[in-house]
Design a protein around this ligand. Structure first.
Ligand code: AMP
Ligand code: GLY
Length: 430
């Protein structure tokens, strides 16, 4: 029997999803739209943007697609799942109403408050003068966030009220994030290590996947600007059974119940970005999708059939599945173009790709493009290299072995991914 899966998106996350989908014994054909050089090697890329839901729907019909999996948040928040379901096509991801948990931070804050989910104290403003008055009266570090989708560029962590004021002004008055920043959330700054927890959710049942830690800053030692993510490790030493149980009980269960009671049941991958504060885990944000680059660290550790799990989530059968995981840790290092996350150039030849792909070293493509026999850079984040090993130290060594085998002009990457975790005895296994 034929079984065709369409993956929407073009990043490292989508390549990691495509690898697991292609490994499913049921799947006969993998399509990716628009995809990258990595997904092209696994199946076929369709030249359709992830946001063009009308063209995607047509392509899904023409190619007799049996299942569609959506990677990025923009199409989810724009309602691609509602559109496909309206056309009786099977698709994995939340409805636009449920995706609002990511697309509208003001809504997410209100819902968290109503559901008693621990999160930073926050106020929401539509009016700059009111925001200004509030910020000026607070003599504490604050975080100013665009309420709408801003591709990670709408969050300003400000230790000084003057910086918070400036951030609010640039978002609300200058419109640096467009309409997404006309409404802002002003939140107390939280301290602690961050943890990304992603769960499959079928509207009611929650299946928590192995967790990960993301490295958001560009430079070693968490310096430089925020990025989409420069690396990850799974599982981080901070993710003890106790911490994970608390996050499920205090964060995931109440929010999933809350969404259902609002008439917006969440079906898809629910991502909680959590700060492990001295006062317990607190939510920084929810995402309505798999994380990038967390997925590149988590999925190589999954031993069970991924497509089976996705279908269980769509059909409301998550209470009946059990997933098997590789106990070995994974470390992911992102290789980015010179200039990223600012302006960068594309079209550089990438070499060493085949030599790098050894057992327990996965080369995930993000911003890459194949032309003839050559693969060229085609985005800010170009590749994500994941190493698996008996210890975190070994996983880390494999990831960096892969990184050093690959080269392209101007490549930049962090050299300290998983360093602190390797030094933490529990995780390194001694
Ligand atoms: P968000 O998109 O809301 O997760 O924010 C992006 C990043 O900004 C997070 O991963 C944190 O590193 C940082 N951040 C967001 N909110 C806070 C907060 N309340 N306190 C400290 N850092 C924060
Ligand atoms: N790695 C953070 C995110 O996917 O939003």
């Amino acid at each position: 029997m034929s079984f065709t899966v369409l993956i929407i998106g073009a990043g490292g996350r989508e390549h990691a999803l495509a690898v697991k989908v292609a490994a499913s014994p049921r799947v006969t054909r993998v399509l990716c739209a628009p995809g990258n050089a990595g997904t092209a090697d696994l199946g076929e890329n369709l030249a359709i943007e992830a946001t063009d839901s009308a063209a995607l729907l047509t392509a899904a019909r023409q190619n007799a697609v049996d299942l569609t999996i959506v990677g990025p948040e923009v199409p989810l928040c724009a309602g691609i799942v509602d559109r496909f379901e309206g056309a009786r096509l099977r698709i994995f991801g939340p409805s636009a109403a449920a995706a609002r948990i990511e697309g509208d931070k003001a809504y997410a804050k209100r819902l968290m408050k109503r559901c008693n989910v621990p999160t930073g104290e926050a106020r929401i403003f539509d009016n700059f003068q009111n925001a200004k008055t509030y910020i000026a009266t607070r003599d504490l570090p604050q975080v100013v966030k665009a309420a709408g989708l801003a591709a990670g560029k709408g969050v300003f962590v400000c230790d000084d009220p003057a910086d918070a004021l400036l951030a609010a002004e640039r978002l609300m008055e200058e419109g640096i994030c467009g309409d997404a920043g006309r409404r802002i959330v002003v939140e107390e700054k939280l301290e602690g290590p961050e943890l990304s927890v992603i769960a499959l959710v079928d509207g009611r049942t929650i299946y928590v996947l192995e967790s990960a830690q993301d490295y958001k800053r560009l430079g070693d030692g968490d310096t430089g600007p925020n990025t989409g993510g420069m690396g990850a490790l799974s599982p981080p030493p901070t993710a003890t059974a106790d911490v994970l149980a608390t996050i499920e009980r205090e964060i995931l269960v109440p929010i999933v119940d809350g969404l259902r009671s609002e008439g917006a049941p969440f079906r898809g991958a629910l991502y909680a970005g959590v700060m492990l504060t001295a006062g317990g885990p607190k939510v920084l944000e929810f995402n309505c999708r798999f994380g990038d680059p967390e997925t590149q660290a988590i999925l190589p550790r999954l031993r069970s059939d991924f497509v089976e799990a996705i279908e269980a989530a769509i059909d409301g059968r998550l209470d009946q599945i059990e997933l098997a995981w590789d106990p070995r840790p994974a470390v992911t290092v992102v290789m980015a173009s010179a200039g990223y996350p600012g302006k960068y150039e594309i079209g550089r030849i990438i070499s060493g790709l085949n030599a790098a792909a050894l057992p327990d070293i996965h080369v995930f493509h993000a911003g890459s493009k194949r032309i003839g026999d050559q693969v060229f850079t085609d985005g800010g984040r170009v590749l994500a290299i994941t190493g698996l090993g008996a210890t975190l130290a070994e996983a880390r060594a494999r990831a960096y072995q892969g990184v050093r085998t690959i080269s392209f002009e101007g490549a930049q990457y962090r050299t300290d991914i998983a360093d602190w975790a390797v030094r933490t005895p529990r995780a390194s296994g001694g």
